[in-house]
Design a protein around this ligand. Structure first.
Ligand SMILES: [Cu+2]
Length: 187
């Protein structure tokens, strides 16, 4: 039987980017496919946005961070502060989620209005195998994961206290701007 999940995306760091990121993600877990759909609004326009599901490997449920989670008090939730609350990066919403390759450019791009949508049908067998290789279990535990949208333009001035470098990508690419908690939907 299909299992259906949904996340309502909440704005994070809205004061920094000047717009509020909203939208939703829908995930349908079928026998052989994970069908993913994301609709995002209010993201900085005309740029790539890294997007993933995040989570913990110790059964904790990932949460949307609040300003209370800004542990270094610089007024910004950066990637390390996000990890502590929403969990680490797990599966990308890119051109091959089942490869679980994170640092690259093949992520959704926002239009001139700051909107974008994403859809993908992921082969579950491949995704579970890769997930097990990386995290030691093939149980995706989708109802404990968070949906993340990242990315602000380089023109936004970020203080030196903001961390979050992944390979050649800096804090502008990885800055969290929208987070949603994935819940199972029964309808
Ligand atoms: Cu992420």
């Amino acid at each position: 039987m299909d299992r259906k999940y949904r996340a309502e995306i909440q704005p994070v760091n809205a004061e920094i980017i000047g717009t509020e990121v909203t939208g939703y993600a829908e995930l349908i877990e079928q026998e052989e496919l994970l069908i993913i759909k994301i609709e995002a609004q209010g993201t900085p326009p005309n740029m790539m946005h890294w997007s993933h599901f995040h989570g913990f490997t110790d059964d904790r449920k990932g949460k949307v961070p609040t300003i209370a989670d800004d542990t270094n008090g610089d007024g910004i939730i950066d990637l390390p502060e996000l990890y502590a609350v929403a969990g680490q990066t797990m599966v990308p919403f890119d051109d091959a989620p089942h490869n679980m390759c994170i640092p690259h450019d093949n992520y959704p791009h926002s239009d001139a209005e700051g909107n974008w949508s994403y859809s993908y049908e992921v082969p579950l067998k491949d995704l579970r195998a890769k997930f097990k290789e990386k995290f030691g279990t093939d149980d995706l535990q989708l109802n404990k994961r968070t949906v993340l949208i990242h990315g602000v333009p380089d023109t936004i001035n970020l203080p030196d206290t903001v961390q979050g470098t992944v390979k050649e990508y800096g804090p502008h690419t990885t800055l969290p701007i929208g987070v949603g908690e994935i819940e199972e939907v029964n309808d």
